[in-house]
Write a protein that binds this ligand. Structure first.
Ligand SMILES: *Cc1c(COP(=O)(O)O)cnc(C)c1O
Length: 436
């Protein structure tokens, strides 16, 4: 498997290059080529298989001889130490695919952990420690920190703006220890990002350390997300109905991952792109015009994206253009009042507590099934555990909700961070000290 940039499809790079240098020099995005075709018999035999088993089988098809079977087996079983169960809301018609049983309680764990495993594999093969630098305003940092925790051959330095992340988010960044070092910056998120950018172009630092980013547009965060669509298909095949997936979307990585496995042969009848008021993709599907706009703040804030970076990937996957796109994807969007009302109604009707993003996914699925009257079986992706949005969920439902043990215990752990001013030279000095 090689990777082309969406801006220059004729040239390709290796998997290792695409993994460690997320962004091609021409500012496009990497896409895998060729995508292997998994035959119909592959999808027949996966019914009872775990996420790790399915990830292993697909990884073999993707990597071929590039990575040994034993190494791939090891990697996938370590990355996917948790499952992605289906919960039925209305049997045969509507179910929820829970993607939040990993360490940071959000689906981003799936991509972060697989990418971490791959980076560890290559750093061991090259006998070279990799240093990941990330600036975070909250959630991404948590998934990356937890995804890379205790991964051999990889050290992670996370920069976050002091006082501007939630208490729980800060605990996720600062209490792990080991190979995860948090830098608490007296400044804004932009200051953190500026420091990281300067580090990547600092020749002196780059001679001492092998630096890489865990950027969210890295293609190896998307590839493993395809595995849970396949796993879910195996779980709902028993209904013998066409399958539609509804994906709550912001940057459209999750939906691109679904479209990618569809190209690999997964029999997906249709996708629903469900968004909040940041609705440029639903608007595109309706009008054929793609117009990005500044993002607006909503209660489903992990989807507040006005210019989704993965739209270009989706367009490449549906390369025959707008008609092909529209044939495969429908769009629905909801404002905050509708989201709150949806969370409440889903709780009343099904006894299911959904985070705001998940509620949008469920509502989009219900709307599509009701409008088309198709006898499909629908799967809405649940992207985060409701307790990650505890104040909102409790306010909407009017009662306390349960916080999973692994999140609750963080509250009692001691924070460990290196506090620095928003000054590149100070950061560089303390980074060099902390890794020596
Ligand atoms: C990141 C995120 C999304 C959006 O996923 P994309 O791949 O960016 O479309 C949805 N829900 C939650 C909880 C998220 O953290």
């Amino acid at each position: 498997m090689r990777f082309y940039s969406t801006n220059s499809p004729q040239q390709t790079v290796s998997a290792e290059e695409a993994l460690f240098h997320s962004l091609p020099a021409d500012k496009g995005l990497y896409m895998p080529t060729p995508l292997p075709h998994l035959g119909a018999d592959f999808f027949e035999k996966i019914a009872g298989q775990s996420l790790a088993d399915i990830g292993f089988e697909i990884s073999k098809a993707l990597f071929g001889d590039e990575i040994s079977t034993a190494d791939l087996e090891n990697l996938t079983h370590q990355a996917f130490s948790f499952d992605t169960p289906i919960v039925e809301l209305e049997p045969g018609k509507t179910s929820v695919l829970e993607l939040f049983h990993g360490p940071s309680l959000a689906f981003k764990d799936v991509g972060a952990r697989y990418m971490a495993g791959l980076m560890s594999y290559y750093s061991n093969r090259n006998d070279k420690e990799v240093n990941i630098l990330v600036a975070t305003s909250g959630d991404t940092g948590g998934a990356v920190a937890m995804g890379f925790h205790n991964v051999p051959g990889v050290r992670v330095s996370i920069l976050y703006p002091t006082g501007r992340v939630s208490e729980l988010q800060e605990k996720q960044l600062t209490t792990l220890g080991g190979n995860i070092q948090a830098f608490e910056v007296d400044g804004s998120f932009d200051d953190c990002q500026a420091i990281v950018k300067q580090a990547f172009v600092d020749p002196e630092l780059n001679t001492h350390l092998s630096l890489s980013s865990a950027n969210s547009i890295n293609i190896f965060r998307l590839i493993p997300q395809g595995f849970y669509y396949v796993r879910a298909y195996g779980q709902v095949r028993k209904y013998s109905k066409p399958v539609v997936f509804s994906t709550p979307s912001g940057n459209f990585g999750n939906l691109s991952a679904g479209a990618m496995v569809q190209q690999m042969g997964l029999p997906v009848a249709h996708f629903v792109a469900a968004t909040n008021l940041n609705n440029v993709v639903p608007a595109y599907i309706k009008t054929g015009l793609y117009a990005t706009k500044p993002s607006v703040a909503t209660v489903s804030n992990a989807m507040d994206v006005g210019s989704p970076s993965n739209f270009v990937r989706l367009s490449h996957l549906y390369s025959d253009g707008y008609d092909r796109f529209k044939e495969n994807v429908s769009g629905y969007f909801y404002d905050d009042d509708e989201t709150r009302a949806g969370m409440q109604r889903i709780d009343d009707q099904y006894g299911y507590v959904a985070c705001p993003h998940t509620a949008i996914g469920i509502m989009g699925l219900e709307a599509y099934l009701a409008e088309t009257k198709l006898d499909y079986t629908g799967v809405a992706l649940a992207t985060a555990h409701p307790s990650k949005f505890k104040p909102l969920v409790e306010e909407v439902l009017g009662r306390p909700i349960r916080v999973p043990e692994r999140l609750a215990i963080l509250a009692d752990r001691d924070k460990q961070s290196i506090r620095i001013p928003a000054d590149y030279e100070v950061f560089k000095e303390s980074l060099l000290q902390s890794v020596s």
